[in-house]
Unconditional design. Structure first.
Length: 95
């Protein structure tokens, strides 16, 4: 299992929300198991998206995809360059 973390500043949350939801089926076809969107508590125009992937390879492929770049531009209104990081689970605790 792997994760893609996307950090970026957005201009309008509703626009971002719609792009994120509209892209769910495509992400699923590429191997995403779903995700969570966080808003920074003291700066709600800063969002962090955590997407879970079936494999590290699928996460890397998605992170480098042109479609991701286009979706981030549309959803962020080109305010700032998003940062995309691929994460590999090293240790898990809890449940």
């Amino acid at each position: 299992m792997a994760w893609v973390m996307i950090e970026h500043r957005i201009g309008d949350f509703e626009t971002f929300r719609q792009v994120y939801l509209d892209d769910a089926a495509r992400r699923g076809r590429l191997g995403s198991r779903g995700g969570v969107v966080y808003r920074v508590a003291d700066d709600p125009d800063n969002v962090i998206v955590m997407l879970e992937w079936e494999s590290l390879e699928a996460a890397r492929e998605f992170a480098g995809s042109l479609e991701l770049e286009e979706a981030m531009e549309w959803s962020a209104s080109q305010i700032a360059t998003p940062r995309v990081t691929v994460l590999d689970v090293a240790l898990r605790s809890g449940r």
